[in-house]
Design a binder for this molecule. Structure first.
Ligand code: SAM
Ligand code: DTB
Ligand code: SF4
Length: 336
């Protein structure tokens, strides 16, 4: 029986990355089927409820004011419109509705509308996830009270590489928000981006940071950088095509996330649109068991429902119905 460990060392994680590819995949697939139904993949839908004009300088992001990406800034969407989009997602078989806002942090005056949205989406029988930037303990408690199921806040990379990508907020501030979310009782969704020009050592440091949190995030999104023209990283990649992440290295990262965080849902997130079916299939074999459906992420294009339906049929995959292992475990724990 695989133990759930939060004491991984960087050396151990580096050793996993170094394994022969087939051995790594075999181990990841073995851990995967110990804790998850391997033919089931969770479907999540994303909606940008407040787009662009963000004061942060994340080097990958089309929504930063520092990026010349042509993304237009909008106001926070009206509640009814968000609920309409959630209903569409539900009709299309989505289990979770994830809403993102291009904010450094939500302002207190935004909170009533956010709370109304969470309650409305939940009433439809969808799981709710929000990503709104940094949260204070009080804001996290308000969201918990509204019934928010998940909060997404990514650490993005290793602590060392993080500083080269973002200067307007620190990794420690991100970890503080994750702590506030954890303490409020909301499930934690945290991952990052692969393919930003980081080294293997950075990918080791990225997984190490997540796998040594006091409790593993319930969801771990692994994004492949979507290179957007006008962003620092998108332009860098256009100039140095060799910097693009190798597919096999991406799959290795998914496999190491699966082995080190056995109970978490590992989400094959941004970047699927430019991934071959074979690479996606390897990711599922390596333990990825969640995806974003629909033809749009927040601002970037996504693979789309039709191609996903075809891929699922080809691979014999079905949409996850039941509860996730970490949530099942929590529900079994006696109330405090
Ligand atoms: N503003 C909020 C924040 O950053 O906390 C929430 C939205 S932000 C767009 C959510 C996450 O999307 C980022 O942390 C990053 O990991 C991912 N992301 C953003 N742009 C991306 C890109 N071009 N390619 C891959 N992932 C990206
Ligand atoms: C996450 O890790 N990936 C999603 C979600 N969390 C919010 C966002 C991906 C964004 C991709 C780029 C875009 O659409 O602008
Ligand atoms: Fe703003 Fe989030 Fe984009 Fe960073 S990733 S610029 S915080 S929207």
């Amino acid at each position: 029986m695989t133990q759930i460990r939060t004491d991984w060392t960087r050396a151990e994680i580096a050793e996993l990355f170094d394994l022969p590819f087939t051995e790594l995949l075999f181990r990841a697939a073995t851990v995967h089927r110990e804790f998850h139904p391997p033919e089931q993949v969770q479907l999540c839908t994303l909606l940008s409820i407040k787009t662009g004009g963000c004061p942060e300088d994340c080097g990958y992001c089309s929504q930063s004011v520092k990026a010349d990406s042509g993304v237009e800034a909008t106001k926070l969407m009206e509640v009814q419109l968000v609920l309409q989009r959630a209903a569409q997602a539900k009709d299309q078989g989505s289990q979770r509705f994830c809403m993102g806002a291009a904010w450094r942090n939500p302002k207190d005056r935004d909170m009533p509308k956010i709370v109304e949205i969470v309650k409305g989406v939940r009433e439809m029988g969808l799981e709710t996830c929000m990503t709104l930037g940094m949260l204070t303990p009080k804001q996290a408690d308000m969201l918990a009270e509204a019934g928010l199921d998940y909060y997404n806040h990514n650490i993005d990379s290793s602590p060392e590489y993080y500083e080269r990508v973002i200067s307007t907020r620190t990794m420690d501030e991100r970890l503080e928000t994750l702590d506030n979310v954890r303490k409020s009782g909301i499930n934690v969704c945290s991952g990052g981006i692969v393919g930003m020009g980081e080294t293997r050592q950075d990918r080791v440091g990225f997984i190490h940071t997540l796998a040594t949190l006091n409790a593993h995030p319930e969801s771990v999104p692994v994004n492949a950088l979507v290179p957007v023209k006008g962003t620092v990283l998108g332009d860098m990649l256009a100039d140095t095509p060799l910097a693009k992440i190798d597919d096999i290295e991406f799959v290795r990262t998914v496999a190491v996330a699966r082995i080190t965080m056995p109970l978490s849902m590992v989400r094959l997130s941004a970047g699927r649109e430019s991934m071959s079916e074979a690479t996606q299939a390897l990711c599922f074999l390596a333990g990825a068991n969640s995806i974003f459906t629909g033809d749009k992420l927040l601002t970037a294009p996504n693979a789309g429902d039709d191609s996903d339906e075809a891929l699922f049929a080809k691979l014999g995959l079905t949409a996850l119905k039941g509860e996730e292992p970490l949530r099942q475990q929590k529900n079994l724990e006696p109330a405090e």
